[in-house]
Ligand binder design. Structure first.
Ligand code: GLA
Length: 418
């Protein structure tokens, strides 16, 4: 079975976005902006602990065709949903509105109690809101969004949507956003407006993505160091296995893990779990076990060991020749830790990982927040059909929904595309 590449060429998606804009709004868009989804290669649930992550942007993206308007209306149409949201930008600020007095430098990420819109529309509208809050002169605009990032698959379709919307609004309003500003403001839109307590991983991946590279990100300093990731040279690829179990039901689990980490850090007297080293871990584990309970201690152990695995993975990437089995081994350790210590995996993810490896993958792991979504497997090209067939057969045998496969190709971050 071939790897499915049903995204169509970029040019045809851009054409679709333009055509869709004309049909929806009349008139021509003045530009089209694209922002990718991501896979996180390793470093999971470390980003809100000030730790390390190693994501890459993928060649599936959200496309925003947009044009400015003469008035203060913002209209956003989501092609995949067939829905439009329309509101005045002036309703997003000012006395009595949900915008109140926050400013963009405020580290507080408490969600608004009464955002003007909720559901999918909270994402693009939240972006307009935060940009205005940060003092950018957002103009009225029509924005047509279409996306090749599967929703609910743990590949950051929402970060792609936010970054594409932010760039489109900046483009039509004629102001500049640096890459760091793009990542920061879109994360805050998601935290505060959409009310999702995510860390910086997804938006930074979409903003900073680079062709052919994974991004080693220190989420405390915000430093991004692209690392070469040329799997084609090794006759290998990173296969995405989308279990098609939506990760959305894990929202409470995510918030629960995040608060467990924050409580543990406070208990240990550190700013964030990033500050616990591997050498400190046995002592910290024992203290947290006694003080907060063994579950908390296991959460701490995941974060501390995962940070170390990211650094080890990067070291292996710099060795000549790169050892795929060693990379795969770190992925397996990461998955086991997420499954057993952090408890954010799902039976479908565990099955995808175990089956891919039994069929010859060098390693595999869940990627993203977990509770569903996608796994990734590091596979030699000649074993790709075996791995896919084995995973398909195992899912069928368990009565699970048929998974979808596609290769993750390290791609450019958000940019104007037309
Ligand atoms: C989700 C969040 C990210 C990150 C990952 C787990 O994707 O949006 O901020 O915490 O989960 O690594």
């Amino acid at each position: 079975m071939a790897v499915s590449l049903d995204m169509g060429s970029v040019a045809s998606v851009v054409d679709d976005a333009r055509r869709g804009f004309v049909e929806q709004f009349g008139g021509e868009p003045t530009g089209v902006w694209a922002a990718p989804g991501r896979v996180n290669v390793i470093g999971e649930h470390t980003d809100y602990n000030d730790g390390f992550v190693l994501p890459m942007a993928i060649d599936r993206a959200c496309y925003a065709a947009a044009a400015p308007r003469a008035d203060r209306i913002l209209r956003v149409h989501a092609a995949q949903l067939g829905e439009t949201v329309e509101l005045s930008l002036d309703a997003l600020v000012g006395p009595g509105s949900a915008a109140d007095t926050r400013d963009a430098a405020d580290p507080d990420m408490t969600p608004l109690t009464e955002p003007a819109v909720t559901g999918w529309a909270g994402y693009p509208v939240g972006v307009a809101w935060i940009l205005q809050q940060a003092g950018f002169p957002v103009r009225g605009a029509d924005v047509y969004l279409t996306s090749t990032v599967p929703v609910g698959s743990g590949l950051s379709s929402s970060a792609a949507l936010e970054c594409a919307t932010a760039l489109a609004l900046a483009g039509v309003s004629e102001f500049e956003l640096t890459t760091a500003e793009l990542a920061r403001h879109t994360q805050r839109a998601e935290n505060i407006y959409a009310g999702v307590p995510c860390g910086p991983l997804d938006q930074m991946s979409s903003a900073f993505g680079q062709d052919g590279s994974v991004l080693f990100i220190d989420t405390r300093s915000g430093e991004v160091k692209p690392q070469p990731f040329d799997l084609a040279a090794e006759n290998a690829l990173l296969l995405v296995i989308d279990t098609r179990v939506s990760h959305a039901h894990g929202e409470n689990g995510y918030a629960d893990r995040r608060s467990a980490c924050e409580r543990s850090a406070e208990f240990l007297g550190v700013r964030a779990l990033r500050d616990i080293s591997l050498a400190d871990l046995p002592e910290s584990f024992a203290k947290v076990s006694v003080g907060l309970g063994e579950t908390f201690a296991r959460r701490v152990r995941h974060v501390v060991t995962e940070d170390a695995r990211v650094e080890q993975f990067v070291e292996i990437l710099h060795q000549e020749p790169v050892s795929l089995p060693r990379l795969g081994h770190r992925m397996m350790q990461s998955h086991a830790s997420l499954r057993d210590d952090y408890e954010v995996s799902a039976p479908e993810l565990d099955l995808a990982v175990a089956t891919a490896v039994a069929a010859g993958a060098h390693g595999a792991r869940m990627t993203g927040g977990g509770f569903g979504g996608s796994a990734i497997a590091l596979v030699d090209r000649d074993l790709l059909p075996d791995v896919q067939d084995a995973v398909l057969a195992a899912f069928a045998e368990h009565g699970y929904t048929e998974p979808q496969f596609f290769p993750a190709v390290a791609s450019a971050g958000a940019h104007r595309i037309a």
